[in-house]
Design a binder for this molecule. Sequence first.
Ligand code: CO
Length: 213
Amino acid sequence: MGSLSELLFKNRQWAENNKKQDINFFSRLIPGQFPQYLWIGCCDSRVPAEMITGSQPGELLVHRNVANMVLDDDTSCLSVLQLAVEVLKVQHIIIVGHSHCGGVTAALNSDQYDGSLGSWLQNLKSIFQQHEKQFNLLSDEKERINLLCELNAVHQAVNVANTSIVRKAWKNNSPLVISSCIYNFGDGLLKKIGESISEPNNIPDQYQSLIQK
Ligand code: CO
């Protein structure tokens, strides 16, 4: 069983190892952060953003929640988006879903959860309902889960594109690109889903039907 002292021990080892390899590893982070990417991913413990992309501290701005969703009433997520776009001038926003997502599986199976988790998962159920015809063509549960993982990632990219934060940035000619990816546990690889969105009037065809105004 894990304990706090175990984590603190591992942290000391990590800090010492990094300082041994690079005396400036920590001191160079003090002046400020200049991340190139905003990563919006699932909070699943098997999808650690920095580790799977080989990134160092300072390279990724990360927001994670259950099933990587961007909702227009989630001030936590929107604050991170505003920080990324308006303050840090991040130019790449990546929505990262993943295989075997528990949130997606629960929504597909109509698992019942009380409270915040239950109402949060309703958002995934509504994506499922919008695409029910596509799901009816699939009988294999794995394929159904994969489809909802991908559709969810694409929907969330469109949600990002429709925020006033991103609209304003594009109006001011910021070269902001929004992409969707799926991380696969089977091989550890990130796969890009569909086209990236790079301007309001150029949302790729496959996204057009998803746009909610
Ligand atoms: Co997940």
